[in-house]
Design a binder for this molecule. Structure first.
Ligand SMILES: [Zn+2]
Length: 185
């Protein structure tokens, strides 16, 4: 726990330096890597990471964007716990579960939380064709875009091998299918 405290102090120092130079941000994207079912129990993830995430949100007063690029994130458990702590969750940026219908259910449960994602950086973005990318963006907009609060974005970082043609296909697909009102067959 001593090491966790030191890491927190270092992160807080970094945040203050950023804020002093760039001004206060509107939210904080936090990477809750410990919150994966294949890594730690929820309680241990909370002990070693979650309580520090909560402390940061309280001390900074910022709403959180949750990022988790693991395969089995504790999305619901983490959101519930943070909300119990009085912390506002602005958005979730995550790829897993890959099943879009899981995110449709998520949207019903948390209509106020923006979903940032929809692009599998290690799937169609890296290995697919521009048509695969278009199909994927179209499906995500169709299922999650109707009521707003959707940002089509990569989940985590774009790998180096992503072809430019696939990045261009994202923009084109958003322009093609993303205008409101969403009307996709
Ligand atoms: Zn990531």
């Amino acid at each position: 726990m001593e090491l966790c405290e030191k890491i927190y102090a270092s992160q807080w120092n970094y945040y203050e330096a950023y804020r002093d130079i760039a001004g206060p941000p509107v939210g904080a994207l936090q990477c809750s890597y410990a919150f994966n079912q294949h890594m730690l129990s929820f309680d241990d993830a909370w002990k070693f990471e979650g309580q520090f995430i909560a402390r940061f949100a309280k001390e900074s007063g910022l709403p959180l964007i949750i990022h988790n690029c693991g395969f089995k994130p504790y999305h619901i458990e983490l959101i519930e716990k943070l909300q119990q702590e009085g912390i506002q969750i602005q958005a979730v940026n995550a790829s897993h579960p890959l099943d879009i219908d899981w995110w449709v259910e998520f949207r019903k449960k948390y209509p106020e939380i923006t979903i940032m994602g929809g692009l599998h950086v290690s799937a169609e973005m890296e290995n697919g064709t521009p048509q695969d990318v278009e199909n994927r963006v179209k499906e995500v907009i169709k299922k999650l875009g109707g009521t707003g609060r959707l940002v089509i974005t990569p989940t985590c970082c774009m790998p180096w091998r992503v072809p430019l043609s696939n990045i261009k296909a994202v923009v084109e697909a958003v322009e093609k299918f993303g205008a409101y009102p969403i009307n996709i067959d």
